[in-house]
Design a protein. Structure first.
Length: 275
């Protein structure tokens, strides 16, 4: 019986070789940051990406394991950098996304974008939170702010991390305070001296400043520019997503694409010409 089984296996292997059938390799399993998949994740072996990721991790001092989310941000920033060096981030936190982008682009192209960075550097501002969103959360804005304090860094800490990454080539401007009150005419005029915006990253975890940032900067972007929402598709932030969708419809643009990382992607298009 053993001999028959062995002969059968040999016949199957010979047939497979004749017709060109190959054994399918076991897929690599990716499971971090709320995303589990067997799809290709070979970027996890990309030395340039890992260098940027590990650089940010070293400066910040902890690993959040948001590899795919960070990779998407870096690669979209690389594309946007080919259009214009004018980048804006609303909601900086500890600076991870900015730091990793600066590291990646600086090492690959020996140049870096001109970042304008908006943040309270003290977490969510309870004064500007929509009361209905607070009800949706089921906790007060102050409690929500306390829950996010793990991701908050002082403006001095973030500035030092950016300077440690960009060195003498540092072009970042930091604006401290709540959105939209920090969107003064002087600040907007200074941003637009650097060409139209090609990359806008929004990560504030509440709807009022996120919608305000979208409405303020989307009209100032180049066609083909990138708007990346960090937590648009999070199952716990549906109120925020709905507010962003409503704003997009009011602006006459498509709603963002929900990404499996929890992010949302909106590209600046010439939609008026299509009507």
């Amino acid at each position: 019986m053993k001999a028959i089984t062995q002969n059968l296996k040999s016949l199957i292997k010979a047939f497979a070789k004749t017709v060109g059938i190959r054994k399918t390799p076991k897929p690599t399993h990716f499971s971090w940051d709320g995303l589990t998949t067997f799809h290709d994740s070979s970027f996890m072996n990309d030395e340039a990406f890992l260098d940027a990721y590990n650089h940010a991790m070293h400066l910040i001092g902890r690993n959040y394991e948001w590899y795919w989310r960070n990779y998407i941000g870096i690669k979209l920033a690389e594309y946007a950098f080919s259009l214009s060096p004018n980048f804006v981030e609303c909601g900086v936190g500890e600076g991870w996304m900015t730091i990793s982008i600066l590291r990646y682009l600086g090492k690959k192209y020996s140049d870096i974008p001109i970042f304008t960075l908006f943040d309270t550097f003290s977490g969510i501002d309870p004064v500007i939170v929509d009361p209905q969103e607070e009800e949706y959360w089921g906790v007060s804005a102050s409690q929500k702010r306390e829950g996010y304090k793990f991701y908050v860094a002082s403006v001095e800490t973030v500035r030092n991390s950016i300077e440690a990454t960009a060195g003498q080539n540092n072009k970042a401007t930091i604006i401290q305070g709540s959105i939209p009150s920090t969107f003064t005419d002087g600040v907007i005029d200074r941003i637009m001296q650097n060409d139209r915006i090609s990359f806008l990253h929004i990560d504030m975890n509440n709807s009022i400043p996120e919608v305000a940032a979208l409405k303020q900067f989307y009209p100032l972007m180049l066609t083909g520019g990138v708007v990346l929402f960090d937590d648009y598709a999070y199952s716990t932030l549906t109120y925020q997503k709905n507010a962003i969708d409503k704003a997009c419809l009011e602006m006459g643009v498509p709603v963002p694409i929900s990404l499996p990382t929890g992010q949302g992607l909106l590209l600046k298009g010439n939609y008026e010409a299509m009507r």
